[in-house]
Design a protein around this ligand. Sequence first.
Ligand code: MEV
Length: 306
Amino acid sequence: MPLTPFTGFGPGKAILLGEHAVVYGYPALAGPLSRGVTARAFPSKRCQLSIPPSIRGERRRLLATAFEKAAQATGRPLVRVEVESDLPLSMGLGSSAALAVACARVLLAAARRPASCKQVARVADEMEREFHGTPSGVDHTTSAQGRLIFFRRRGKTDQVKPVECPRPLKLLVALVGERGPTKQTVAALRARRDQWPSRYGRLFDEVGALAAEGVKAIERGDLAALGDAMNVNHGLLSALQLSSEGLDVMVHRLRRLGALGAKLTGAGGDGGAVLGLFLEPEPAVARLSREGVRCFVSQLAGPREL
Ligand code: MEV
């Protein structure tokens, strides 16, 4: 066992296009955020997760059960895992998937097992199923891949295609407020879809088409076209009853500040985060921060300044 601990990072994710429809097999476009969860594994007599005493009750039980699944999947290496996060929780930015990926990485490393993106995603999937029930897999696959991807749920062989952008693709991420569990938002949408399948099917078809168009726009560096697809996607998410007053107000605010496109990201519902696609997001971040809005910049893809 090395003296220095094993360290693994799981980035949070931003879904640019296609959330919710992705659960039903439609494509989505998502990339990693600069913020995420870091896990460190120290030698120990048993395989365990250190859960801070401040985390209690149902949340504590869920974390322990989810970690147990990852431990089982990696042969229970003798380590104690500590985690640290700079990603806001319950905001639709993939904090549970980032935690799952960070834990998967350190457990695989401690077990001296191969840790390709696929293997990391497989172990992380065990944890995500505890957190979310039937996740599409887009959150932990994006985190494990650590790059912008086109994702389509296909059971055992999900379609995962890296997407290259010839220009910097920069987002402003604005936090609107904590939201309820993803599991509940996804279940409520499923109930509406089951009641009115053809109406909801038409909306999902359109969301899926936007994700496919978004990939083409990114590959040719057409950020205006990507922004427009994001705007239309937000409208469809509203039609699916996944937006809220707070999210809509922030979407309009970011557009007024010059965003090429703005939309809610992740599960949505009564809170969460809004993405604004900007050529230069820094002035808008400075302005919103002065006004007390919690926000940050993240570059999702494209060439980076040295
Ligand atoms: C949550 O980040 C994304 C959803 O599409 C759920 C999922 O894909 O499992 C809402």
